[in-house]
Design a binder for this molecule. Structure first.
Ligand code: F6R
Length: 234
């Protein structure tokens, strides 16, 4: 595991963007696993800047996002599809049809999760997976549990996650209680993982990488992965 310590969010974005640039130079048709949340925004800004200068090329890439809220349409400003279009896809030269997210409106969640796992398998698994980390150590929306979750699934969000994410919703609007998330098994199958973490996540990152491997701290499973880079603001 490599830890890159940086001292600003902008630098965090730039360092992580270089890893994406190297990935796409080495393999233009890479499958990139992406995350939402506030932490990756500086990375997405850096990637958009590189793309504007023709320093990176997404034209052959595919993307798969980690998660999506249940019950939010893609046009809902808090849906993760809306977020990804706004912060990344509309600013880079990716083909929209190559950008994949779980459908939070699917009536049959189990069938939607199976479709997504099959899709990722058909793309040949993820080459570079971006992760953020929740205050409780969640990755994707894999919340603390008695065992590490496996396949893509529908999950109930914990109160801590609902509270943490409520800052992004307008007053009076409630955070969905459920989400669909890529499972830990799929995340761990990615060839490379990059986790970005702001200053507010220093303690939970330290617990996850130095403490026991424990499903109550889902990110601790990353200790078992062979190629993880953590870019963290200190
Ligand atoms: C989002 C995701 C979540 C976030 C985590 C941190 O797609 O998978 O695990 O990465 O909740 O969110 P921020 O960056 O907003 O602190």
């Amino acid at each position: 595991m490599r830890i890159e310590k940086v001292n600003s969010e902008q630098q965090m974005g730039e360092v992580a963007a270089e890893l994406f640039k190297s990935q796409l130079s080495a393999k233009p048709g890479s499958v990139l696993g992406l995350a939402t949340g506030t932490t990756p925004i500086s990375l997405y800004d850096a990637l958009a800047g590189m793309c504007a200068k023709n320093e990176i090329d997404f034209s052959a890439a595919n993307t798969v996002n980690l998660d999506e809220y249940c019950g939010l349409a893609p046009s809902h400003p808090q849906s993760y599809r809306y977020f990804m279009d706004k912060y990344l896809f509309d600013r880079i030269n990716i083909k929209k049809e190559n950008t994949h997210l779980l459908n939070g409106l699917a009536e049959d969640a189990a069938a939607e999760c199976a479709r997504y796992d099959a899709l990722i398998g058909s793309l040949g698994e993820v080459d570079l997976q971006l992760l953020g980390i929740g205050p409780n150590g969640h990755i994707g929306f894999n919340e603390p549990a008695s065992t590490f979750s496996r396949a893509t699934q529908k999950v109930a969000l914990t109160q801590s996650t609902i509270d943490a994410n409520s800052r992004l919703f307008s007053e009076g609007e409630s955070v969905p209680g459920y989400a669909l998330t890529m499972g830990i098994k799929t995340i761990m199958l990615a060839a490379k993982i990059v986790l970005v973490a702001g200053r507010d996540k220093e303690d939970i990152v330290n617990t996850a990488i130095n403490g026991d491997i424990d499903p109550m701290i889902p990110a601790s499973v990353l200790q078992l992965h062979r190629d993880v880079t953590i870019v963290m603001c200190v």
